[in-house]
Design a protein around this ligand. Structure first.
Ligand SMILES: [Zn+2]
Ligand SMILES: [Zn+2]
Length: 421
C-alpha cells in the first residue's frame, strides 16, 4: 500500500470514529422535565432540551414557603439515591423531581377508606403542623367501593367533613363516607329527575337546608344539602348580676357567660361591676400578661358596632383596702382612635375606714399609640395625689367622641404593693 493511500485511509477512519458519532449524536435530543413537587417553577424552567452526553447547565431552583420547607435538590424520578446536578451528562429523557425537607413539626393524616379502596398507594400524608392540607395535597384522595360513591372524608367523629383547607394539629385518621348508588329501572344510574324542590327552606342550627328531586321513572328521591346547619340563632343577651344568658330561638339552647374572670390574685378581689352604660362584662380568655399581681377582669361595650351609651363605667372593688401601686387597663387589639379613659380611685380617707373618691385622672392616648409592650396602659397611683389604701378602682370609658366610639374588650386590673405600703 502506498503511503499516501494509508494516510487517506487513516483520515477516513478518524472521520468515521470522531465525526460520524458527533453528527449522529447531534441529531438525538432528549427532554429533561422538572417536577417542583409542591413547589413552583417558572413555566420556562419546566423543561429543557439537551443533546446526548451534554453536560447539564445550572438547574432551576423551585420556590416554596421557606419557613416550612428546605429544597434538597433534583432527583431522577424522585429517587433519593439519584440526585442530579449541574455538570451531569445527559443519557436520555429525564424526569427530575424536587425533594423537600419539612423543617417544622408534622402530623400524620391518614385516609382510611373502610371497605373501599384508595386509588393511590399512599395512604397517608405528612402535613406541617398547623398548616392546611392543601400545603401537601392538590386534591383529596379518590377511593372506590362497588355500588357506592365517595361522599367525602370525615374526622373520626364521622360528622365533621374535612377539605383541603382543614388544618390538623394532631395525627388524625380520616374515614370515608359512602353514598349508595341507586339504580333506575333499566339498571343504569340514568334517572329522569323532575325539578329540584326545596325540602327545608332555610338552614337552622339543627337542620341543614336540603333540596330533593324525584325520578319520574322509578320514584327514587335524591337529596342534596344546599347549606349546612348553621350556628344557633341566639336572641338578645339577658343580663343578670354576675352572668348573662341568651337563648336560641330555634332549639332553645341557652348559653351563659360569667361576667367576671379573675385570673390572678383572686384573694384581693371582691367584685367587678358594670355600674353604668350599655356595656356588658363577661369572662374572656386572658388577653396578655398584665403585671404579676393584677386582677384581670374584662368588659365590653355592648351593642356591637352601634354603641348607644354615652359612657361605660366599670368598678373593681377590693376585698379589703390595699396599698396599690399601679392600675392597669388592657385592650384587646381594638383601636378606637381618640378614645379617652379616666381612672378614679376610691380610698380610705381616715383611720375609721371611711372612704373618699379621688378626682378622675384622664388618659387621652389612643390605643395602639401609647401602649406598654404587654398592651396595657398603666396609671401609677402616685398620679392621683392619693396616699392611702385603695378600696375601689373605677374605669370610665367615654363614648361617642366625634363618632370615635370605643368598641371592644377592655381589662381592668391593679397591682397591690408588694410590701403592702
Ligand atoms: Zn330512576
Ligand atoms: Zn339552636
Amino acid at each position: 500500500m502506498k503511503r499516501n493511500t494509508l494516510i487517506k485511509l487513516l483520515i477516513v477512519c478518524m472521520f468515521c470514529l470522531l465525526v460520524i458519532p458527533m453528527i449522529a449524536s447531534c441529531g438525538t435530543k432528549y427532554t429533561i422535565t422538572f417536577d417542583p413537587n409542591g413547589g413552583t417553577l417558572d413555566e420556562a424552567d419546566m423543561t429543557l432540551e439537551m443533546g446526548e452526553d451534554e453536560e447539564l447547565p445550572r438547574l432551576p431552583k423551585p420556590k416554596r414557603n421557606t419557613k416550612i420547607y428546605k429544597f434538597l435538590g433534583w432527583f431522577e424520578d424522585g429517587d433519593e439515591d439519584e440526585e442530579v446536578e449541574e455538570g451531569d451528562r445527559v443519557r436520555g429523557d429525564m424526569e427530575l423531581v424536587a425533594l423537600w425537607e419539612i423543617k417544622v413539626p408534622t402530623v400524620t393524616v391518614e385516609f382510611n377508606p373502610g371497605e373501599g379502596a384508595l386509588e393511590s398507594e399512599e395512604t397517608f400524608v405528612e402535613v406541617p403542623q398547623g398548616e392546611r392540607l392543601s400545603e401537601v395535597l392538590k386534591g383529596l384522595p379518590k377511593a372506590s367501593l362497588d355500588g357506592y360513591k365517595l361522599e367525602g372524608w370525615y374526622l373520626p367523629d364521622g360528622t365533621t367533613k374535612i377539605g383541603l383547607t382543614t388544618i390538623f394539629d394532631a395525627d388524625t385518621i380520616l374515614v370515608a363516607k359512602w353514598d349508595q348508588i341507586i339504580l333506575c329501572k333499566d339498571g343504569t344510574e340514568n334517572h329522569n329527575y323532575n325539578a329540584w324542590v326545596d325540602k327545608t327552606l332555610k338552614a337552622t342550627c339543627t337542620e341543614p337546608k336540603i333540596r330533593s328531586h324525584v325520578c319520574s321513572l322509578c320514584g327514587y328521591e335524591e337529596e342534596d344539602e344546599v347549606e349546612p346547619a348553621k350556628g344557633h340563632q341566639y336572641g338578645d343577651w339577658v343580663n343578670g348580676q354576675m352572668e348573662r344568658t341568651h337563648v336560641c330561638g330555634v332549639c332553645d339552647k341557652s348559653e351563659s357567660q360569667k361576667f367576671v374572670n379573675v385570673t390572678k390574685n383572686e384573694g384581693f378581689f371582691e367584685k367587678i361591676e358594670l355600674v353604668s352604660g350599655e356595656g356588658s362584662m363577661w369572662a374572656m380568655p386572658a388577653i396578655s400578661t398584665l403585671v404579676d399581681g393584677t386582677f384581670e377582669v374584662y368588659a365590653t361595650q355592648g351593642g356591637g358596632c352601634s354603641p348607644k351609651s354615652s359612657e361605660v363605667r366599670i368598678e373593681l372593688t377590693l376585698k379589703e383596702a390595699q396599698w396599690v401601686d399601679v392600675v392597669c387597663i388592657t385592650s384587646n387589639s381594638y383601636n378606637p382612635t381618640g378614645a379617652t379613659f379616666q381612672i378614679m380611685l376610691t380610698y380610705e380617707a381616715d383611720a375609721d375606714g371611711n372612704v373618699k373618691e379621688s378626682d378622675p385622672v384622664l388618659r387621652e392616648s389612643s390605643f395602639g399609640k401609647d401602649m406598654l409592650p404587654d398592651g396595657s396602659f398603666t396609671y401609677k397611683t402616685s398620679q392621683f395625689d392619693v396616699s392611702a389604701r385603695i378600696k375601689k378602682v373605677t374605669l370610665i370609658v367615654p363614648m361617642g367622641n366625634d363618632g370615635q366610639d370605643f368598641i371592644g374588650e377592655i381589662a381592668l386590673g391593679c397591682v397591690p404593693s408588694s410590701d403592702n405600703k
